[in-house]
Write a protein that binds this ligand. Sequence first.
Ligand SMILES: Cc1cc2nc3c(=O)[nH]c(=O)nc-3n(C[C@H](O)[C@H](O)[C@H](O)COP(=O)(O)OP(=O)(O)OC[C@H]3O[C@@H](n4cnc5c(N)ncnc54)[C@H](O)[C@@H]3O)c2cc1C
Length: 301
Amino acid sequence: MEKRGKVIDSNLIKLLSSLGCKILKDEPLSRHCSFKIGGPADFFVEIPSKEALDCFLRSASTCNYFVLGGGTNILFGDDGYRGIIISLAGKFKEISVLGEKIISGSGALLSNVVNTALKNSLTGLECVAGIPGTVGGAICGNAGNKYQWISEAVEGVEVYKSLDEEFINKEKIVFGYRKSGLENCIITNVSFFLKRNTENDSLSTISKSVQKRLETQPLSIPNAGSIFKNPVEFSVGKLVEESGLKGICIGGAKISELHGNFIVNCGDASAKDVLALIDLIKNRVKEKFNIDLETEIKIIK
Ligand SMILES: Cc1cc2nc3c(=O)[nH]c(=O)nc-3n(C[C@H](O)[C@H](O)[C@H](O)COP(=O)(O)OP(=O)(O)OC[C@H]3O[C@@H](n4cnc5c(N)ncnc54)[C@H](O)[C@@H]3O)c2cc1C
């Protein structure tokens, strides 16, 4: 969610601080994303409660702001962000179990929700095991694997749309491949409706999928997951491999040798390096296969 306008002023800083917000000025965004790339944001605000979020939205509605989850699907620009990055913390990380439902704050780690389901013998979230980031980010981008998405387990979500809070039932959410139609909302809470697991096979499903990730993804080097969405009936990893691009470097960024749809930060990559590799892949795949690739990662400048 992005808006143009003024940036946070000293009165608002005082007000938000009094509501428990942690406010950082000129905060390097490389500290807040899995790519470890990105210049400073004018302000980085951790919001601990609905009361503080409500106050922020009412006082800063004309400010330029962006809601960040775990930063695992994002490339921030080298010049950073002129405005306020908000991160939902504190109460937004709480998770509770009500029978076969899990209610989670959007700032909770997805892995904590998957573990909660496992501990309570609830099934339905195995498809997102091993995906980093928060519940809010996963819902916004309808995270999942090749066969299943998180949307299948969702009962509804609580959001702020402009200044109004509302609960949206799943039937009214337009989930699709890596999209939810909630991109202009702030997701605050998610209700998952799961099933009692009588087979007790979740742990083995999760272990297999995590093992596959370890074997096929460059998890020990900073990255942001898949760079591009897979076009229908194609795998970007294969298209990149068949284009002879695996292992190519520009500056400190490299197309992973392990997975062609991953770009890794070898230590000192800039956003410019990553964007140059993105262009290279797009152009080469267009030339060779006449396929237009669409980025999956969000590029925020
Ligand atoms: C190693 C690796 C493997 C990955 N594997 C997968 C995979 O298998 N499947 C998959 O789908 N993804 C995968 N990803 C991508 C990423 O982890 C997911 O997209 C994840 O769900 C993003 O969550 P996040 O909290 O990090 O979101 P962020 O990256 O912080 O944000 C992503 C988007 O969500 C929005 N957003 C975040 N929180 C909220 C909120 N509360 N309200 C409204 N909007 C919000 C942001 O504004 C942004 O537009 C992988 C990433 C990595 C690094």
